[in-house]
Design a binder for this molecule. Structure first.
Ligand code: SAM
Length: 270
């Protein structure tokens, strides 16, 4: 399916993430190198944004650490034998193209059709080649049919999966986030991995108009209760806080934050 539809407001947040990744990729001490991020930003034609406020700086730091931490988490999952990776709300994520995957890894990118169409136009223009078996699946994750579509595309629920839910749950209501994560559990063989942001209260962004275009879309997902929710739904959860990751990656932060990430392994339906 192709479409030239403009990106919706929530899909344009993927451009904001790409902008942070493009800037990080210019640094000699970058925590990752995304050679495609700048091309997405340029092709989008969106304004480059003004002076970042205090929360914008925290968000950028969070995004940089999260990109590297999630790179490491996915590579750890495939090193442990996982050959199936699913990225719900993949946006302009280019891990399929830039990480060193073992042979046989199947990676599924799910997002709304205009995003995946825009992404393939830019990547095709650069003659980019995935380094794994990549499938881009245009779906609305709020529709009930995405699991069937994923299975039709070759996903095997009888095999362990590494799920990466990056930059999505905050844009969903609590009910939508719970439905999505329940479905992820239903599609997960025990021993599957899940990586995602620690839930936060959307009020953390209050008072920084420079990121209103992003934070005004936040609905909170499961909020700070996310880790407990996962624990009650069959996941063994670990929490990784920003200060510890800042130290691990030698990248000082932009002030105090409650932010962080969860990694979880599926123990089976409770
Ligand atoms: N995971 C990517 C990353 O970190 O670069 C993109 C994150 S971006 C902040 C949010 C993404 O969620 C956008 O690409 C948007 O299109 C996608 N998204 C939001 N609601 C969605 C839905 N109902 N179905 C599919 N994708 C959705």
């Amino acid at each position: 399916m192709t479409t030239s539809e403009p990106l919706s407001a929530v899909s344009r947040t993927a451009i904001s993430v790409a902008r942070v990744r493009a800037l990080e990729s210019e640094r000699p001490d970058g925590l990752f190198h995304d050679p495609y991020a700048a091309a997405f930003v340029a092709a989008s034609g969106y304004p480059t944004g003004g002076q970042p406020g205090p929360f914008a700086l925290k968000l950028a730091h969070h995004t940089v650490l999260r990109t590297r931490f999630y790179d490491d988490s996915l590579l750890a999952a495939v090193a442990a034998g996982c050959r199936q990776v699913v990225l719900p709300a993949a946006g302009l994520d280019t891990r399929a193209y830039r990480l060193d995957w073992p042979s046989g890894v199947r990676l599924y990118e799910l997002d709304l059709p205009p995003v995946l169409d825009f992404k393939s136009r830019v990547l095709d223009g650069l003659d980019a080649r995935p380094r794994c078996i990549r499938t881009a699946l245009p779906v609305d994750l709020l529709d009930a049919d995405w699991p069937d579509r994923l299975i039709e595309a070759g996903f095997d629920p009888g095999e362990r999966t590494a799920w990466l839910v990056e930059g999505l749950l905050m844009y969903l209501s609590a009910e939508q986030a719970a439905t999505l994560l329940r479905t992820v559990g239903q599609l997960s063989m025990s021993g599957s991995w899940l990586t995602l942001e620690r839930g936060r209260n959307p009020s953390v962004a209050a008072g920084d108009p420079s990121v209103d275009h992003i934070t005004s879309l936040w609905r909170g997902g499961l909020g700070p209760a996310l880790g407990d929710w996962l624990g009650r739904h069959g996941w063994q959860v670990e929490t990784h806080l920003i200060p510890a990751l800042s130290a691990r990656y030698n990248r000082p932060g932009a002030g105090p934050t409650q932010g962080g990430f969860h990694t979880a392994t599926y123990a089976g339906a409770p």
